[in-house]
Design a protein around this ligand. Sequence first.
Ligand code: NAD
Length: 450
Amino acid sequence: MSDVLLEIAKRPAARSLVQRIGLPLPVPEPLRRADGAWREQELAGLDVVIALHGPLAGDVAQVLRGAGARVLSEAPSEGTIGALVVDATGLARVADLRSLYDALHGPIGRIARSGRVIVLGRAPESAASPEAAAAQQALEGLVRSVAKEVGRRGATANLVVIGEGAEERARGVIVFLASARSAFVTAQPFRVTRTAAPLVGEIPRARSLHGKVALVTGAARGIGAATARLLAAEGARVVLLDRPDDERETLAVARAIGGSTISADITDRDAPARIARAITDSHGGLDVVVHNAGVTRDRTLAKMSTKEWDQAVDVNLGAVVRITDALAKGPLRDGGRVILLSSIAGLAGNVGQANYAASKAGIAGLARALAPQLAPRAITVNAIAPGFIETRLTAAIPLVIREAGRRLAALGQGGQPDDVAHAITFLATPHAHGLTGQVLRVCGGALVGA
Ligand code: NAD
């Protein structure tokens, strides 16, 4: 179901007409998005201003230049700003917070359409004093507010919390956030730690999944199909799994990207062993698994049948636990990636979605608990929590609720399957080797959510 306001926004004449007649809703800004694979110079054409020169600013400037950006050490006197980087890692006192105001007050009104604000901080829990922890925690509130202020221009604001000794691992996260691949990621803290996968030397800038094997469940359509396409574009050999009823659609996507298929219902009792065996036989091992298959069975708890409860919980969570276990004991190689699909509606809770919310909150728990267990094998485990994404799933929502889902986000619109697929693909690449045990929202700054 297309977004009429966004269609208007894409036509300059219609947009100015709507603005003149004073529609009660702000017209959302069409987002600048990336298509296809990561480029050698992913940030070519981007002007970045370093607005606060903390201890990491020099290193970050070098990384951004290496990815093709033009880096300025202060805001130019006029014109728009493509991306603003605020290195707040050195802030240790409440009085220091004033430097954030000084860094942002002038430039924030000049952030470009689809521009970026990236704030760098340190983990409050390892701060040297309670006051330093308070100063660092303040960054999260600041970033969430900045995201709302710049969101109407289609711009995003995110926080990178860099653990001690994890500075190098933050580089890929910063490039992702500066790029057009993170168009729908906003108001999100990324916690970079040393405990994730080990450093792998120079990260190939293009086709960084060359030679890797990736399994995507629920790959016939929507977010799963978009993810399969992007993983293949990065060079991965993709195995697409969906239900036997959807075999034709799954085969069509597989054919287009040179992938292979497994036809299975993930809730079948023999599915974990069958999937593990099929991958071992055909590819010898597995590097990335994306647990994307999911269903809603919405009804208030009072009216919900046991069948509706069981289906949502078993597809979204039970099968994920069982299949991950079989893969980890079987074909999943050391250094691999496990990527789970949660949901912000799940994390926040929603009327009529007790089953779905229980399963998707369970996914967050699974990601957090599995991460330390698989860390000795350098396997990372993360969950993505999409907000309102324009797919078959959300087209079925009643109009008023659908409109609220779109407009109440900081970016004032729904996301596209590719927005989630870009985040998943980023987690699969070596760029994300500093992230594990996290639940990352791809929600355009939705009103609800964790
Ligand atoms: P979709 O309905 O378009 O696609 C889901 C796919 O999963 C389908 O192809 C379906 O056949 C497959 N699937 C379902 N049950 C299966 C089973 N038992 N065995 C094998 N395959 C099965 O959904 P989507 O919108 O692309 O969502 C993908 C994931 O993202 C889901 O986990 C969903 O909960 C999550 N999510 C979506 C949104 C959104 O706004 N669309 C928001 C939050 C979370």
